[in-house]
Write a protein that binds this ligand. Structure first.
Ligand SMILES: [Fe+2]
Length: 437
């Protein structure tokens, strides 16, 4: 081979090697933090023309409505959410609410539906300046397999969260889950734009972007929202329910004085029914809602009766100082004292919580004195990224499994079978159980 050919070959191989190293570095979940920092710095300093800052994040509220939030770096004309289903003959256009957070954060929110029982729902943000691609929401039939990603407490731990997300992405591959059950504390500080970008939106976008087409069933945590319910409050991305109860409830003084909260709702996932509660805001209205929902035919006739609430009824790990001296042991007492007996009375199968940053799971017998004499399972899944809780403060002698590291849960619900698997970031199974009827 001629010298010039050898040189050319060597140069080509060197370029390929450098490209391969660069690709490997950029794919590393920890490095992506740097990529997001640079990207957001460019947007913050107006060095890029108007663009999407946050592509749509989809939430599910009730059985046939979706809430979508997105954000641009400038006011975006008159955007619409264009949506349709596989059963519909024409498309529907829904106008969003606009909120100017600051000069670089222009937030839009819309609720669309009802979508009926269609197996596929499609939507896109449509605007002459800023349009998205078309997203497809897959909705399995009631008795078909529903795959639910369960996670909580990625707050303040973006680097760990990225590792958990990378594992999730590998686990599901192209078969993205049908729903995400986020059991709260998605950010550290609800009023901090930086926290929302760095701790939730950027990691989700960088690693798969499943939030665009997989709806999140959102369970509010104590860090996610300001307790007041006012227009233009500091709930930058969690005031979705203002829209649902817009004019009537925002004018209600009970809303303004902080005693009236409506994050709670119920949703069906296949043959399961999930009641979502707001752990931070006990109120007569929420108690009334809970009792009503527990007795409802939708809940009682469901194969699997699930309650999702951020603060668990039984916490065993916390910071001993804040637990004992700062009174945080009393924080969720109402859940254990008031709600838990109701869970038992009405035959709840599974209570899913976060808040405590590790994994625990217990299946206990309801025992005498309750209406039903069968098991109830409590699961704590607070390991999506936040700093771990490693110190024991209580011992209820009830948990079968305790795992003190980051993790996520794949929850598969198919007709009469519920399959729960907790996995860590090394792809090991931490815990597994099946409920079969
Ligand atoms: Fe929490």
């Amino acid at each position: 081979m001629k010298l010039c050919h050898r040189r050319f070959l060597l140069l080509t191989l060197s370029y390929m090697f450098v490209f391969w190293v660069l690709l490997a570095v950029l794919r590393n979940p920890s490095i992506q933090t740097f990529r997001s920092i640079v990207g957001n710095w460019i947007l913050d300093n107006d060095l890029y023309p108007c663009t999407f800052r946050k592509l749509p994040m989809l939430y599910q509220h009730g059985d046939s409505h979706y809430f979508v939030v997105w954000e641009t770096t400038c006011p975006s004309g008159d955007p619409m959410v264009e949506w349709w289903t596989s059963d519909m003959h024409s498309h529907v256009y829904t106008e969003p609410w606009y909120r100017r957070i600051d000069a670089n954060h222009h937030r839009y929110t819309a609720i669309f539906g009802p979508t009926g029982n269609a197996s596929n729902v499609f939507y896109k943000v449509n605007n002459y300046r800023q349009s998205t691609q078309q997203y497809k929401i897959h909705r399995p039939a009631k008795h078909a397999l529903h795959r639910v990603l369960v996670m909580a407490d990625n707050q303040n731990g973006p680097s760990n969260f990225r590792k958990v997300l990378a594992r999730i992405s590998k686990f599901y591959g192209s078969n993205t889950p049908d729903s995400i059950l986020h059991v709260g504390d998605s950010v550290q500080t609800a009023r901090s734009l930086k926290d929302w970008q760095k701790q939730l939106f950027s990691p989700m976008e960088d690693i798969g972007g499943m939030q665009h087409r997989t709806p999140t069933i959102f369970v509010p945590g104590n860090h996610d929202h300001d307790k007041r319910r006012k227009p233009n409050n500091s709930n930058l991305y969690t005031d979705m329910y203002h829209g649902l109860f817009d004019s009537e409830d925002l004018g209600n003084s009970a809303v303004v004085d902080g005693k009236y909260h409506r994050f709670y709702h119920s949703v069906s996932v296949g043959t399961a029914r999930i009641i979502v509660l707001d752990a931070e805001c006990p109120s007569a209205e929420q108690s009334e809602f809970l009792e009503h929902e527990l007795q409802s035919p939708e809940f009682q006739n469901a194969e699997f009766k699930i309650v999702a609430i951020h603060i668990p009824p039984y916490i065993e790990f916390w910071d001993p100082y804040t637990w004992n001296d700062k009174g945080e042991k009393h924080w969720g007492e109402h859940i254990r004292i008031e709600y838990d007996p109701m869970f038992r009375k009405y035959g709840v199968d599974l209570v899913i919580s976060g808040h405590q940053h590790n994994y625990q799971r217990s299946t206990v017998h309801r025992g005498p004195g309750y209406e039903r004499d069968d098991p109830i399972t409590y699961a704590i899944v607070g390991g999506a990224g936040g700093r771990l809780d490693l110190r024991r403060v209580e011992d209820y002698h009830m948990y079968n499994v305790t795992y003190l590291d980051h993790h996520f849960v794949s929850l598969d619900i198919e007709s009469k079978r519920l399959h729960w698997v907790a996995r860590n970031i090394a792809d090991e199974t931490v815990d597994e159980f099946v409920l079969q009827h």
